[in-house]
Design a protein around this ligand. Structure first.
Ligand code: ZN
Length: 545
């Protein structure tokens, strides 16, 4: 195991110089007085009874153990699961809650449980005896929960535990065993009930992930911006071009009122970012922003997804469930690809917007919802209305305010600042020391038309950062279609002869089409014979066959 395994408290603990923040394995922790916890326990037992208090402390410990394992995952590099298991006890000890001693089992003691430990000096037994006296049941509730939460995280499945012996009920030491849920026999359902895991694990994973994402985003943004020397709009968007600045200003003004907004523009232009901006700058910013892609949900599921359903409303509806409208209550609901909503749902959507209430599938009563709706589409909805595919009344409801985001090719001024920002972010994410673009690469990015818009630019930059051999992205690192983009028609240096210009342009388009003459001629709107003649004139090998 060596010294690396012997977790060192001074390595794991860190203090901010100014005080206020203590971190353990990178995660914020508190120094807590055990007597205060003892008093809380006494009060909870009085308020809720022994069993309910036990459940509360068990789940408190579980959350603590789970989060500790989660923090350790980022802080130490152990691969082996047995090391992780042993570390749990060591961490418990380091945090001052209990002294953990691994158990040497004799063969005659029955089958080995999944996890087992002897506990000494449990703070919890001490506090329980102090405030509530000796018990006829184990009392190290949060310690048991901690061990189970930690093991559950490490093993990726619920591990539940209990104490076979406890100082709190007069034993000489506490003795913990933990087993996977399915290995507990039925007489232990009481123990299992203390964990009520269904909601707990999902919720913990969710909260932790949300926290981590927020932290990571902030850190990455700060670092990458500093490194790239990019000044970014406070809304987290790059908008050097006038067209985009106009959109952002408009979005900010729109944010202040509660009207429904329709965001339009080609795929990949960043419609969701604008929707987020509207939410973040609105009075609803402290409530939920819920996004759903209407094209990604099947027609049959969309209704229950948006409006929720009652238990038994259809096969598989085993629980009552709130829909996204209810989840977004007080906040903003973003309906992406609203043009894909089928006609039957369009009518229901319209009714919700008019009445401001939803009815869950399989329920008769309606529920009031206070939701600001932002919808987006890359379709021409006016045209869809004319074709009879989209309801006109819904269209007018959605398009109270329309924000039309221009494609990237119409805001060339944004291409390089965006590319630099995306590059810095990708370098950070991929852990590569790539700090910029060569002038050739930058030129080429400006030449390309970006039919896939910001999303395509982001993919191209990420790929380039991954492939790049030096410290900056070269032209060769760009995707083939970007490399093949024909030179700009705007003269950069000395004006060229028209004839040379034509030659370069034709050859570039030919290269972009992978040598396909028919397609090249079609795109240039000239005959194949004309193209053939010109290639021959240039002495191009393509003219030879
Ligand atoms: Zn105990």
């Amino acid at each position: 195991m060596g010294g690396r395994f012997e977790l060192d408290l001074s390595e794991l603990l860190s203090f901010e110089p100014g005080g206020g923040l203590i971190h353990f394995g990178g995660q914020r922790v508190l120094l807590m007085d055990p007597v205060a916890l003892g008093l809380l326990r006494k009060e909870l037992v009085k308020l809720m009874g022994m069993t309910a208090a036990r459940g509360t402390f068990t789940r408190l410990g579980y959350a603590h153990g789970w989060r500790t394992a989660e923090a350790m995952k980022g802080a130490v590099p152990w691969k082996d699961e047995s090391l992780w298991r042993r570390a749990g006890g060591r961490l418990h000890t380091l945090q001052g809650q209990v002294r953990v001693e691994p158990v040497q089992r004799r063969a005659d003691e029955g089958p080995e449980p999944f996890a087992e430990a002897q506990w000494h000096d449990s703070y919890e037994a001490e506090q329980h005896l102090l405030h509530l006296g000796q018990s006829d049941q184990p009392v190290c509730w949060s310690l048991t929960g901690f061990a189970s939460g930690y093991m559950s995280y490490v093993n990726g499945k619920p591990i539940y535990g209990t104490e076979l012996r406890c100082v709190g009920k007069g034993d000489a030491a506490c003795h913990y065993v933990g087993r996977p849920a399915e290995e507990w026999s039925t007489e232990c359902t009481e123990v299992l009930r203390l964990y009520e895991t269904q909601c707990m694990e999902g919720m913990l994973a969710q909260v932790t992930e949300a926290l981590r994402q927020a932290e990571r985003k902030l850190r990455a943004k700060r670092q990458s911006l500093a490194r790239a020397g990019v000044t970014e709009d406070p809304a987290g968007m790059v908008a050097r071009s006038e067209a985009m600045q106009r959109i952002i200003n408009l979005a900010r003004r729109v944010a202040k009122v509660d009207s429904t907004v329709l965001v339009t523009g080609e795929s990949g232009v960043g419609k969701e970012r604008i929707a987020r901006l509207i939410h973040d700058e609105s009075g609803r910013a402290h409530k939920a922003f819920v996004a759903v892609n209407c094209a990604a949900v099947t027609e049959s599921l969309l209704e229950s997804e948006l409006f929720g359903h009652a238990r038994g409303a259809f096969t598989g509806a085993t629980h009552d469930r709130a829909g996204l409208f209810e989840a977004a209550h007080g906040g903003t609901l973003f309906l992406d690809e609203v043009g894909e909503v089928p006609p039957s749902m369009q009518a229901k959507l319209l009714r919700v917007l008019q009445e401001r209430e939803v009815r869950r599938v399989g329920e008769n009563a309606s529920r009031k919802v206070d939701v600001r709706l932002v919808a987006a589409t890359n379709r021409d909805l006016a045209e869809e209305v004319r074709q009879g595919r989209f309801r006109q009344d819904l269209y007018y409801r959605l398009r109270v305010i329309e924000l039309k985001i221009p494609p990237l090719r119409e805001r060339r001024d944004d291409v390089l600042p965006l590319a630099r920002l995306l590059l810095a972010e990708a370098a950070e994410r991929l852990g590569r020391r790539v700090s910029g673009l060569s002038p050739d690469a930058a030129d080429q990015l400006l030449r390309y038309a970006w039919p896939g818009n910001v999303r395509e630019l982001s993919n191209a930059v990420e790929r380039a950062v991954a492939l790049c051999e030096g410290t900056r992205v070269e032209r060769e690192d760009l995707p083939e279609e970007v490399r093949a983009a024909p030179p700009s028609l705007v003269p950069t240096g000395n004006p060229q002869r028209l004839e040379d210009m034509e030659k370069h342009y034709i050859l570039a388009v030919l290269a972009q089409n992978g040598g396909n003459r028919a397609r090249t001629a079609e795109q240039l709107d000239i005959g194949v014979a004309t193209l053939y003649r010109k290639l021959k004139q240039y002495g191009h090998p393509e003219a030879a066959h």
